[in-house]
Design a protein around this ligand. Structure first.
Ligand code: GLN
Length: 233
């Protein structure tokens, strides 16, 4: 059975007073080449999961999921190439482990980022595994950062206060992709395709834990599925 956002709902925006014991055994990698990896690791720790900094291929062994943080997609792509991480990361995604890309991490996962991205930047090396088309610097230099309240498809009516920093946008989604959040004008800023989650903004900056909880739920459901169908794993 495919885990779909319809059966994954989260109604609690703050850290629960009692951590979920099932999370303590989850090892979640955070790609730590550049960018906001410490903030993601802190958020995971606060929720009761174990963050693991990933810099080399062997760091991926035994992880239950992986976060690719925001930062600078060209730098992340270059360093991932230099550390021979591109192929192991692709295999990680292919093995159906959960992966979440925020901002530059979303660019790193996107199949299509246009010929040069807006602003004429070179196309950085990336995984290109998720069926989305992304505009790398959709808001241009004049709007470097902003915040917006986003209604979430998978949670209660309290909107998510999202921080956008030189943010990309999802311009097109393939048939397997489910949209999780849009700006007021309808532009897509969060989506999921099976084991892949992407957000154009930075949920690790702020107090609302719902995206991190959503990602941890994806991993828990994955694990339960593997326990039910060991032969298929
Ligand atoms: N637009 C930036 C890039 O191309 C990403 C910005 C971010 O991750 N905050 O890398």
């Amino acid at each position: 059975m495919t885990v779909s956002p319809q059966n994954l709902r989260l109604d609690q925006n703050r850290i629960p007073s009692l951590p979920d014991p099932a999370l303590a055994s989850l090892k979640i990698g955070v790609l730590a080449l550049q960018g906001a990896f410490l903030e993601h690791a802190n958020m995971l720790r606060r929720l009761g999961a174990q963050p693991v900094e990933v810099r080399l291929p062997q760091d991926l062994v035994d992880l239950d999921g992986l976060i690719i943080p925001g930062g600078e997609s060209t730098t992340i792509g270059k360093l991932a190439t230099q550390y021979n991480l591109l192929e192991p990361l692709r295999q990680f995604v292919d093995s159906h482990k959960a992966v979440w890309g925020t901002c530059a991490g979303m660019i790193f996962l996107a199949h299509d980022i246009g010929a040069t991205g807006s602003g004429g930047h070179i196309v950085p090396p990336r995984l290109a595994v998720m069926d989305i088309k992304v505009d790398r610097n959709a808001f241009g230099r004049q709007v470097d950062s902003f915040e917006a309240d986003l209604p979430l498809t998978f949670a209660n009516e309290t909107p998510f206060r999202a921080v956008f920093i030189r943010a990309p946008l999802i311009e097109q989604t393939g048939p397997q992709v489910e949209v999780l959040a849009r700006l007021d004008d309808g532009r897509i800023v969060a989506a999921r395709q099976e084991n892949m989650l992407v957000t154009a903004f930075h949920p690790e900056l702020g107090d609302d834990v719902r995206f991190h909880q959503y990602f941890l739920e994806m991993i828990k459901q994955n694990r339960e599925k593997q326990n039910r169908e060991p032969a298929a794993s």
